[in-house]
Design a protein around this ligand. Structure first.
Ligand code: ADP
Ligand code: MG
Length: 149
């Protein structure tokens, strides 16, 4: 389904709604150009999932771990050259049944992403703050006002 977020507050509302759906074991894949809003969405989602500390892109460390209501592993694979770097950090350990994984630039490591993951592709809309978010894997669960379907 496609969702229109007219401004950042809509993105925040969407994150809130998704926070009520996702559970331990889920993987949320985020794609979209630099500045699309992947980290912004992640910040709101983590906040809604009970993370108290600072959420920012783990560009240099590849993955940040947060303790919310559930454990959250926040990947940003923008700077990796090959999937070998994911094997080196033992990425498989992070995709487990007790944490939620959020992966920025997930398409770069698509071959490593588990089946049944949630995919969100963010593109710019018609106005400065508008974003179109194509969401796969949440079809029947999301009732976000602003959905294009
Ligand atoms: N509707 C929106 N949703 C998300 N971010 C938005 C929106 N409108 C404006 N922005 C701004 O766009 C920027 C997105 O940056 P960021 O989240 O770091 O992007 P990315 O992680 O995709 O590179 C932020 O400055 C944010 O405030
Ligand atoms: Mg980012």
């Amino acid at each position: 389904m496609k969702v229109v977020c007219k401004n950042e507050n809509d993105t925040k509302r969407l994150a809130k709604e998704i926070s009520n759906i996702v559970k331990a074991g889920d993987v949320i894949c985020l794609d979209g150009d630099l500045g699309a809003g992947k980290t912004t969405f992640t910040k709101y989602l983590c906040e809604d999932l009970g993370v108290k500390g600072y959420v920012n892109s783990p560009s240099y460390s590849i993955v940040n771990e947060y303790d919310g209501d559930v454990k959250i592993n926040h990947f940003d694979v923008y700077r990796i050259f090959s999937v070998d770097e994911l094997y080196e950090i033992g990425y498989e350990e992070y995709f487990n049944n007790t944490s939620i994984c959020i992966v920025e630039w997930a398409k770069k490591i698509e071959e490593l992403i588990p089946d049944n993951s949630i995919w969100m592709n963010i593109t710019l809309g018609n106005s400065f703050d508008e974003r179109i978010i194509d969401i796969k894997g949440l079809d029947d669960k999301l009732s976000f006002e602003g959905a294009l379907k």
